[in-house]
Design a binder for this molecule. Sequence first.
Ligand SMILES: Nc1ncnc2c1ncn2[C@@H]1O[C@H](COP(=O)(O)OP(=O)(O)OP(=O)(O)O)[C@@H](O)[C@H]1O
Length: 290
Amino acid sequence: MANENQSATAQQSDTDQLISTDPGGGGLSEQSDNQTVDSETESVVQSQNLDVYYGDTQALQDITIEIPSNRVTAMIGPSGCGKSTFLRCINRMNDLVDIARVEGDLYFHGQNVYDDYVDPVALRRRIGMVFQHPNPFPKSIYDNVAYGLRIQGNTENLDAKVEQSLKRAALWDEVKDRLDDSALDLSGGQQQRLCIARAIAVDPEVILMDEPASALDPIATSQIEDLIEELAEEYTVVIVTHNMQQAARISDQTAVFLTGGELVEFDDTDKIFENPESQRVEDYITGKFG
Ligand SMILES: Nc1ncnc2c1ncn2[C@@H]1O[C@H](COP(=O)(O)OP(=O)(O)OP(=O)(O)O)[C@@H](O)[C@H]1O
Protein backbone atom coordinates (compact mmCIF):
# COMPACT_ATOMS: atom_id res chain seq x y z
CA MET A 1 0.00 0.00 0.00
CA ALA A 2 2.86 2.34 0.88
CA ASN A 3 4.30 1.65 -2.56
CA GLU A 4 0.97 2.39 -4.21
CA ASN A 5 0.72 5.66 -2.32
CA GLN A 6 4.27 6.58 -3.26
CA SER A 7 3.56 5.72 -6.86
CA ALA A 8 0.37 7.83 -6.83
CA THR A 9 2.27 10.75 -5.29
CA ALA A 10 5.04 10.43 -7.87
CA GLN A 11 2.43 10.36 -10.62
CA GLN A 12 0.72 13.46 -9.22
CA SER A 13 4.00 15.31 -9.20
CA ASP A 14 4.62 14.08 -12.76
CA THR A 15 1.21 15.43 -13.73
CA ASP A 16 2.10 18.83 -12.28
CA GLN A 17 5.12 18.84 -14.59
CA LEU A 18 2.85 18.17 -17.55
CA ILE A 19 0.65 21.20 -16.99
CA SER A 20 2.48 23.89 -18.83
CA THR A 21 2.35 27.55 -17.93
CA ASP A 22 3.97 28.39 -21.23
CA PRO A 23 1.64 28.69 -24.20
CA GLY A 24 4.60 29.68 -26.39
CA GLY A 25 6.88 27.58 -28.54
CA GLY A 26 9.63 27.03 -25.95
CA GLY A 27 12.25 26.55 -28.64
CA LEU A 28 10.09 24.21 -30.67
CA SER A 29 8.71 25.26 -34.02
CA GLU A 30 5.00 24.85 -34.59
CA GLN A 31 3.68 21.76 -36.34
CA SER A 32 4.39 21.96 -40.05
CA ASP A 33 1.54 21.96 -42.58
CA ASN A 34 3.38 19.01 -44.03
CA GLN A 35 2.23 16.80 -41.22
CA THR A 36 -1.39 17.25 -42.14
CA VAL A 37 -0.70 16.74 -45.83
CA ASP A 38 1.49 13.72 -45.43
CA SER A 39 0.36 12.18 -42.18
CA GLU A 40 0.45 8.73 -43.77
CA THR A 41 4.21 8.55 -43.70
CA GLU A 42 5.81 11.29 -41.62
CA SER A 43 7.52 10.29 -38.44
CA VAL A 44 6.81 12.67 -35.60
CA VAL A 45 9.32 11.30 -33.06
CA GLN A 46 12.67 9.77 -33.93
CA SER A 47 15.43 8.52 -31.70
CA GLN A 48 18.95 7.88 -32.91
CA ASN A 49 21.43 5.81 -30.96
CA LEU A 50 19.70 6.69 -27.71
CA ASP A 51 21.33 5.39 -24.53
CA VAL A 52 19.89 6.01 -21.07
CA TYR A 53 21.64 5.37 -17.76
CA TYR A 54 20.44 5.52 -14.17
CA GLY A 55 23.71 6.12 -12.38
CA ASP A 56 26.03 3.40 -13.67
CA THR A 57 23.19 1.15 -14.85
CA GLN A 58 22.31 1.27 -18.51
CA ALA A 59 18.52 1.10 -19.04
CA LEU A 60 18.37 1.62 -22.81
CA GLN A 61 20.96 0.66 -25.42
CA ASP A 62 21.38 2.33 -28.77
CA ILE A 63 17.70 2.83 -29.54
CA THR A 64 16.98 4.00 -33.07
CA ILE A 65 13.30 4.21 -33.98
CA GLU A 66 10.89 6.38 -35.98
CA ILE A 67 7.39 6.79 -34.60
CA PRO A 68 4.82 7.64 -37.28
CA SER A 69 2.21 10.33 -36.80
CA ASN A 70 -1.49 9.56 -36.35
CA ARG A 71 -0.87 5.95 -35.49
CA VAL A 72 -0.87 3.89 -32.33
CA THR A 73 2.62 2.62 -31.56
CA ALA A 74 2.89 0.01 -28.81
CA MET A 75 6.00 -0.69 -26.73
CA ILE A 76 6.06 -4.20 -25.31
CA GLY A 77 8.62 -6.35 -23.52
CA PRO A 78 9.35 -7.96 -20.18
CA SER A 79 9.47 -6.03 -16.93
CA GLY A 80 12.50 -3.77 -16.58
CA CYS A 81 13.45 -3.77 -20.28
CA GLY A 82 13.17 0.02 -20.51
CA LYS A 83 9.74 0.67 -22.09
CA SER A 84 8.74 3.38 -19.62
CA THR A 85 12.20 4.87 -19.73
CA PHE A 86 11.92 5.28 -23.48
CA LEU A 87 8.43 6.77 -23.20
CA ARG A 88 9.63 9.25 -20.60
CA CYS A 89 12.56 10.30 -22.79
CA ILE A 90 10.16 11.48 -25.48
CA ASN A 91 8.85 14.39 -23.39
CA ARG A 92 11.88 14.65 -21.11
CA MET A 93 10.09 13.39 -18.02
CA ASN A 94 13.36 11.64 -17.18
CA ASP A 95 14.82 15.10 -16.53
CA LEU A 96 13.01 14.80 -13.20
CA VAL A 97 15.11 11.79 -12.19
CA ASP A 98 18.40 13.13 -10.82
CA ILE A 99 20.46 10.08 -11.68
CA ALA A 100 19.08 9.65 -15.22
CA ARG A 101 21.47 10.48 -18.07
CA VAL A 102 20.48 10.50 -21.73
CA GLU A 103 22.98 10.17 -24.59
CA GLY A 104 22.23 10.16 -28.31
CA ASP A 105 19.48 12.05 -30.07
CA LEU A 106 15.73 12.28 -29.78
CA TYR A 107 13.89 14.38 -32.35
CA PHE A 108 10.37 15.79 -32.32
CA HIS A 109 9.51 17.04 -35.81
CA GLY A 110 13.21 17.03 -36.59
CA GLN A 111 14.25 19.14 -33.59
CA ASN A 112 16.41 17.56 -30.94
CA VAL A 113 14.37 17.78 -27.74
CA TYR A 114 17.57 17.64 -25.68
CA ASP A 115 18.99 20.80 -27.27
CA ASP A 116 19.71 23.47 -24.67
CA TYR A 117 17.20 25.94 -26.07
CA VAL A 118 14.25 23.54 -25.81
CA ASP A 119 11.98 24.28 -22.85
CA PRO A 120 10.85 20.90 -21.46
CA VAL A 121 7.65 22.46 -20.09
CA ALA A 122 6.66 23.66 -23.55
CA LEU A 123 7.65 20.27 -24.96
CA ARG A 124 5.29 18.56 -22.53
CA ARG A 125 2.43 20.76 -23.72
CA ARG A 126 2.95 19.28 -27.21
CA ILE A 127 3.61 15.78 -25.92
CA GLY A 128 1.10 14.93 -23.19
CA MET A 129 1.10 11.90 -20.92
CA VAL A 130 -1.37 9.58 -19.23
CA PHE A 131 -0.20 7.37 -16.36
CA GLN A 132 -0.94 3.87 -15.14
CA HIS A 133 -3.15 4.92 -12.22
CA PRO A 134 -5.83 7.52 -12.91
CA ASN A 135 -4.76 10.66 -11.06
CA PRO A 136 -7.41 13.38 -11.36
CA PHE A 137 -6.95 16.48 -9.22
CA PRO A 138 -9.26 16.69 -6.17
CA LYS A 139 -11.39 19.19 -8.02
CA SER A 140 -14.60 19.10 -10.04
CA ILE A 141 -14.80 17.24 -13.33
CA TYR A 142 -15.01 20.59 -15.14
CA ASP A 143 -12.05 22.08 -13.30
CA ASN A 144 -9.86 19.08 -14.05
CA VAL A 145 -10.32 19.55 -17.78
CA ALA A 146 -10.12 23.35 -17.58
CA TYR A 147 -6.99 23.33 -15.37
CA GLY A 148 -4.29 23.41 -18.03
CA LEU A 149 -6.21 25.85 -20.20
CA ARG A 150 -6.64 28.27 -17.29
CA ILE A 151 -2.95 28.08 -16.41
CA GLN A 152 -2.12 28.91 -19.99
CA GLY A 153 -4.59 31.82 -19.94
CA ASN A 154 -6.45 30.07 -22.73
CA THR A 155 -9.92 30.63 -21.30
CA GLU A 156 -11.85 31.94 -24.29
CA ASN A 157 -14.82 29.64 -24.94
CA LEU A 158 -13.75 27.55 -21.97
CA ASP A 159 -17.08 25.73 -21.69
CA ALA A 160 -16.89 24.66 -25.33
CA LYS A 161 -13.27 23.51 -24.95
CA VAL A 162 -14.11 21.47 -21.87
CA GLU A 163 -17.08 19.91 -23.65
CA GLN A 164 -15.03 19.10 -26.75
CA SER A 165 -12.26 17.46 -24.69
CA LEU A 166 -14.77 15.37 -22.74
CA LYS A 167 -16.43 14.33 -26.00
CA ARG A 168 -13.09 13.35 -27.53
CA ALA A 169 -12.36 11.30 -24.43
CA ALA A 170 -15.74 9.56 -24.78
CA LEU A 171 -16.84 10.78 -21.35
CA TRP A 172 -19.22 13.65 -22.11
CA ASP A 173 -22.45 11.66 -22.13
CA GLU A 174 -21.67 10.19 -18.71
CA VAL A 175 -20.75 13.47 -16.98
CA LYS A 176 -22.51 16.30 -18.82
CA ASP A 177 -25.13 16.63 -16.05
CA ARG A 178 -22.63 16.50 -13.19
CA LEU A 179 -19.68 18.64 -14.29
CA ASP A 180 -19.47 20.25 -10.84
CA ASP A 181 -19.18 16.92 -9.04
CA SER A 182 -15.82 15.86 -7.68
CA ALA A 183 -13.66 13.97 -10.16
CA LEU A 184 -12.80 11.61 -7.31
CA ASP A 185 -16.41 10.33 -7.31
CA LEU A 186 -16.00 8.88 -10.80
CA SER A 187 -15.22 5.20 -11.37
CA GLY A 188 -11.62 4.22 -12.14
CA GLY A 189 -12.34 3.92 -15.86
CA GLN A 190 -14.13 7.26 -15.92
CA GLN A 191 -11.24 8.87 -14.00
CA GLN A 192 -8.80 7.55 -16.58
CA ARG A 193 -10.91 8.95 -19.43
CA LEU A 194 -11.03 12.24 -17.50
CA CYS A 195 -7.22 12.21 -17.33
CA ILE A 196 -7.19 11.67 -21.09
CA ALA A 197 -9.61 14.62 -21.49
CA ARG A 198 -7.30 16.72 -19.29
CA ALA A 199 -4.32 15.72 -21.42
CA ILE A 200 -5.99 16.56 -24.73
CA ALA A 201 -7.59 19.83 -23.52
CA VAL A 202 -4.29 21.66 -24.05
CA ASP A 203 -4.17 20.31 -27.60
CA PRO A 204 -1.03 18.18 -27.71
CA GLU A 205 0.15 16.41 -30.87
CA VAL A 206 1.41 13.28 -29.17
CA ILE A 207 -0.12 11.39 -26.24
CA LEU A 208 2.15 9.05 -24.30
CA MET A 209 0.35 6.38 -22.30
CA ASP A 210 2.13 4.26 -19.71
CA GLU A 211 -0.02 1.16 -19.14
CA PRO A 212 -3.19 3.28 -19.07
CA ALA A 213 -5.57 0.36 -18.58
CA SER A 214 -3.61 -1.92 -16.28
CA ALA A 215 -5.43 -0.71 -13.15
CA LEU A 216 -8.89 -1.06 -14.74
CA ASP A 217 -11.50 -3.81 -15.00
CA PRO A 218 -12.17 -5.50 -18.37
CA ILE A 219 -15.09 -3.25 -19.35
CA ALA A 220 -13.23 -0.04 -18.53
CA THR A 221 -10.17 -1.47 -20.31
CA SER A 222 -12.21 -2.12 -23.42
CA GLN A 223 -13.55 1.46 -23.34
CA ILE A 224 -10.02 2.85 -23.06
CA GLU A 225 -8.85 0.63 -25.93
CA ASP A 226 -11.70 1.87 -28.18
CA LEU A 227 -10.84 5.42 -27.19
CA ILE A 228 -7.15 4.99 -28.01
CA GLU A 229 -8.00 3.80 -31.51
CA GLU A 230 -10.27 6.83 -32.01
CA LEU A 231 -7.64 9.22 -30.65
CA ALA A 232 -5.15 8.07 -33.28
CA GLU A 233 -7.30 9.78 -35.92
CA GLU A 234 -6.20 13.10 -34.45
CA TYR A 235 -3.16 12.37 -32.34
CA THR A 236 -0.03 10.27 -32.37
CA VAL A 237 -0.35 7.73 -29.58
CA VAL A 238 2.55 5.84 -28.01
CA ILE A 239 1.49 3.25 -25.46
CA VAL A 240 3.48 1.04 -23.11
CA THR A 241 1.63 -2.14 -22.27
CA HIS A 242 2.36 -5.43 -20.58
CA ASN A 243 -0.63 -6.90 -22.32
CA MET A 244 0.37 -8.41 -25.65
CA GLN A 245 -3.25 -8.99 -26.69
CA GLN A 246 -3.90 -5.33 -26.08
CA ALA A 247 -0.95 -4.32 -28.25
CA ALA A 248 -2.18 -6.68 -30.97
CA ARG A 249 -5.73 -5.29 -30.76
CA ILE A 250 -5.10 -1.57 -30.81
CA SER A 251 -1.69 -0.75 -32.24
CA ASP A 252 -0.54 -0.22 -35.80
CA GLN A 253 3.17 -0.62 -35.01
CA THR A 254 4.81 -2.55 -32.22
CA ALA A 255 8.29 -2.13 -30.77
CA VAL A 256 9.64 -5.11 -28.83
CA PHE A 257 12.19 -4.30 -26.13
CA LEU A 258 14.00 -7.13 -24.41
CA THR A 259 16.02 -7.41 -21.25
CA GLY A 260 19.02 -5.12 -21.15
CA GLY A 261 17.19 -2.22 -22.77
CA GLU A 262 17.57 -3.43 -26.32
CA LEU A 263 15.04 -2.68 -29.05
CA VAL A 264 14.97 -6.02 -30.83
CA GLU A 265 12.28 -5.48 -33.44
CA PHE A 266 9.97 -2.70 -34.61
CA ASP A 267 7.44 -3.34 -37.34
CA ASP A 268 3.77 -3.41 -38.25
CA THR A 269 1.88 -5.05 -35.41
CA ASP A 270 0.52 -7.82 -37.65
CA LYS A 271 4.06 -8.71 -38.73
CA ILE A 272 5.39 -8.74 -35.17
CA PHE A 273 2.63 -11.05 -33.96
CA GLU A 274 2.32 -13.30 -37.01
CA ASN A 275 5.78 -13.49 -38.49
CA PRO A 276 8.52 -11.77 -36.48
CA GLU A 277 12.02 -11.64 -37.90
CA SER A 278 13.75 -12.40 -34.62
CA GLN A 279 13.62 -15.76 -32.86
CA ARG A 280 13.88 -13.93 -29.53
CA VAL A 281 10.77 -11.92 -30.36
CA GLU A 282 8.92 -15.07 -31.40
CA ASP A 283 9.91 -16.72 -28.13
CA TYR A 284 8.67 -13.71 -26.19
CA ILE A 285 5.40 -13.41 -28.13
CA THR A 286 4.66 -17.10 -27.73
CA GLY A 287 5.32 -16.93 -24.00
CA LYS A 288 8.52 -18.96 -23.92
CA PHE A 289 9.95 -16.31 -21.59
CA GLY A 290 9.10 -12.93 -20.10
N1 LIG B 1 14.19 6.25 -11.30
C1 LIG B 1 14.98 5.18 -11.49
N2 LIG B 1 16.13 5.05 -10.80
C2 LIG B 1 16.95 3.99 -10.98
N3 LIG B 1 16.70 3.00 -11.86
C3 LIG B 1 15.57 3.07 -12.57
C4 LIG B 1 14.66 4.16 -12.44
N4 LIG B 1 13.62 3.95 -13.29
C5 LIG B 1 13.87 2.80 -13.92
N5 LIG B 1 15.04 2.26 -13.50
C6 LIG B 1 15.65 1.01 -13.98
O1 LIG B 1 15.76 1.08 -15.39
C7 LIG B 1 15.40 -0.17 -15.98
C8 LIG B 1 14.25 0.03 -16.94
O2 LIG B 1 13.11 0.40 -16.18
P1 LIG B 1 11.73 0.79 -16.89
O3 LIG B 1 10.78 1.18 -15.81
O4 LIG B 1 11.96 1.73 -17.99
O5 LIG B 1 11.31 -0.63 -17.50
P2 LIG B 1 9.90 -1.13 -18.02
O6 LIG B 1 10.17 -2.00 -19.20
O7 LIG B 1 8.98 0.01 -18.23
O8 LIG B 1 9.44 -2.01 -16.78
P3 LIG B 1 7.97 -2.38 -16.26
O9 LIG B 1 7.31 -3.09 -17.39
O10 LIG B 1 8.24 -3.28 -15.09
O11 LIG B 1 7.30 -1.10 -15.88
C9 LIG B 1 15.09 -1.12 -14.82
O12 LIG B 1 16.25 -1.86 -14.53
C10 LIG B 1 14.76 -0.18 -13.69
O13 LIG B 1 15.08 -0.75 -12.44
